[in-house]
Design a protein around this ligand. Structure first.
Ligand SMILES: [Zn+2]
Length: 273
C-alpha cells in the first residue's frame, strides 16, 4: 500500500512534469514567418552519377550538399518560422526539371541553388551569385555551360528540354526570349548574399551576375544560383572542404535570407507579391 501511494505520487508528478514540458515546448506553435519567404527551397547542385566540378580531393556534389545541410540546420534554429525543404539530402541524382517541380509542389517562395565553381586557371577564386537572365556573348560562358550540362545525365533530356543542348552556343539563344518575372527579388537577395560573403565570410566578391540557367528558369519563383567558391583552386578547395568554411558560407546565406525577409516584409503586407 505504501508502495502504491509512493508510485502514484511519483507517477502523478511525472505526468505533471511531462504535461508542463508538452505544454511549454512541444505544443507551442511556431509562429510562421511574417516575411515573403514562408518556405525556402535549398537545392544542392548535382549528386549521384553527376559529380559536378572535380577538385584535387573533392567533388562539387559532396561539398554543395554539406553547405546545404548546414544551411538547413541554421535556418531551423534561427528562423523556425520558415519551412525548409531540400531537393536532395543524400548523394543521389535529381534531374533539373524534377528539382524545379519539387520546389513548386512544396509551395516554395524562394529557390537557392548551391554550387561550386571551376576554372581552367587554377589561380581563380572567389564567390559569385547568379540570377536568371541573358547577356549577349554569354553563349560560351564556362560556368553557365557547366551547370546546364547536368541535363546531359538525364536519359530523356532531348525530349524534356525541347532539344536544348547546353554545349551548343545556339542553345542559349533559346533563353533570350525568356523574361525573368522575379528579377527584383532575386537580385536583391543575390546582392545581400555577395555582401555577406565579403563582409561576414571574408571571401572575394566576384559580384552578382545573370545567366541562362535551366534550373533557375524552371523554378518559376524568385531564385538564385550561388557559386560558393572555386574547387579548382587548391587553397579555396581546402576552405570549401573544411567544417569552418562550410559554416561561414551557410551562415552568409542564412544572413542574406534574414535580411531579405525583413526588407520585403512591408511589400508582402500590402500584397504586392
Ligand atoms: Zn554546379
Amino acid at each position: 500500500m505504501k508502495c502504491f501511494v509512493k508510485s502514484s505520487f511519483w507517477t502523478g508528478w511525472l505526468l505533471c512534469l511531462l504535461g508542463l514540458i508538452n505544454h511549454s515546448c512541444f505544443l507551442r506553435p511556431v509562429e510562421p514567418s511574417e516575411g515573403p519567404i514562408k518556405t525556402l527551397i535549398i537545392d544542392a547542385g548535382h549528386g549521384g552519377k553527376d559529380p559536378g566540378a572535380v577538385g584535387r580531393r573533392h567533388y562539387e556534389k559532396h561539398l554543395a550538399l554539406k553547405v546545404a545541410l548546414k544551411l538547413k540546420a541554421i535556418m531551423q534554429e534561427q528562423l523556425p518560422g520558415i519551412k525548409v525543404e531540400l531537393t536532395r539530402e543524400t548523394d543521389h541524382f535529381v534531374p533539373l526539371y524534377r528539382r524545379a517541380r519539387m520546389a513548386q509542389d512544396r509551395a516554395g517562395d524562394f529557390f537557392v541553388s548551391i554550387h561550386l565553381n571551376a576554372s581552367e586557371n587554377h589561380e581563380t577564386f572567389g564567390t559569385e551569385t547568379y540570377v536568371m537572365g541573358f547577356n549577349k556573348g554569354q553563349e560560351d560562358d564556362k560556368t553557365i555551360v557547366a551547370e546546364n550540362e547536368a541535363i546531359l545525365f538525364e536519359d530523356d533530356h532531348q525530349e524534356l528540354y525541347g532539344g536544348f543542348d547546353p554545349r551548343s552556343p545556339e542553345g542559349h539563344i533559346y533563353f533570350k526570349l525568356l523574361k525573368d518575372a522575379f528579377r527584383e527579388e532575386s537580385t536583391f537577395l543575390a546582392e545581400q548574399l555577395q555582401g555577406e560573403y565579403r563582409e561576414y565570410g571574408g571571401r572575394i566578391d566576384r559580384g552578382v551576375k545573370q545567366g541562362p540557367f535551366v534550373v533557375l528558369y524552371l523554378s518559376g519563383m524568385p531564385a538564385i544560383l550561388t557559386e560558393v567558391g572555386f574547387i579548382s583552386n587548391a587553397e579555396e578547395e581546402k576552405f570549401l572542404a573544411s567544417e569552418a568554411g562550410q559554416q561561414y558560407l551557410a551562415t552568409s546565406i542564412y544572413r542574406s535570407i534574414k535580411t531579405y525577409n525583413q526588407s520585403f516584409k512591408r511589400k508582402s503586407d500590402f500584397g504586392n507579391r
